[in-house]
Design a protein around this ligand. Sequence first.
Ligand code: NDP
Length: 331
Amino acid sequence: MAETFPALLISRDEEKKQSVNRVTMTPDELMEGDTLVRVSHSTLNYKDALAVTGKAPVVRRWPMIPGIDLAGEVVSCESGAFAEGDPVLLNGWGLGETHYGAYAGMARVKADWLIRRPDALTAAETMAVGTAGYTAMLCILALERHRITPERGPIVVTGASGGVGSVATAILGKLGYHVIASTGRTEEEDYLKGLGAAEIIDRKELSEPGKALGKERWAGGIDSVGSTTLANVLAQTNYGGAVAACGLAGGMDLPASVAPFILRGVSLLGIDSVMAPKKVREEAWARIARDLDRAKLSAMTTTIGFDDVEKAAADLLANKVRGRTVVRIGS
Ligand code: NDP
């Protein structure tokens, strides 16, 4: 008899009303791919929350198993790129959007999408990092390529108590940067300082329309909020600085002026994690293994079960979730 496993399936009815159901599946029902993976852990990112709640059109093929990140072990690999039992992880590549995703006991994917799990990280730790944390590392790598070293001045991190923000704060702090954490949850000051923030600012300072050029306050920024916040971050960046933009938690628009670019030589660095090449991913994960303090990762992580995903997704969009959430899938 074929092996069965539990999965979360998002479906739509004729009126396009979305429902999320726990179902039982067999490997034969999975989508095409050369590699079968037994999933042990996944995670809840902002994009997963949008998919599960249906608040934005993340899912582009119906029905869909959501979950954009997985960690687990290879069951079989037709291409020979991996052997049975190899520990692997996967971030993005359309998982949970166009290809059946991680909230299932098994996933069939392309071997090219998988990377070998770094020896120094457990499967649970890689999912505590997840796409949010791997994107935070992509932002840091982009700032480093722009020669934004700790000596150049502070780094502002927006959405600091969220997933991207928490991991960015912890890694930047360990690397010796002076981190200015911008948050709407100023009651999380102790949490953010524990992760590595040197200063906390209220996100209201950045969320109202501001001047085209403000007082220079930081050498760089990591922004997961977008909109007016990103415009203000740019306007307050030091001469020659750079801002890595990866998110839209506050809006997809960018009501900015070109003044920071043409008068201060400020650079805006765009960050995409979903289609990033394998080499870039491997570099980011090697740096995460080296530069992320495990105790800090643990302090920012909550673990939930399969049945808690829907509630946690709604909570995340209501700004009630701090740090990162791991979803336990298999044993
Ligand atoms: P979280 O929900 O965990 O964190 C987002 C944080 O942004 C919140 O915790 C909150 O921080 C802040 N925030 C939320 N709403 C608003 C608002 N209206 N105005 C200002 N600040 C707000 O999400 P993630 O960290 O997982 O993701 C953050 C963003 O990054 C998302 O937009 C996501 O889509 C994007 N992203 C992009 C990727 C890419 O490849 N480019 C990959 C991963 C994520 P606080 O309470 O501290 O103010």
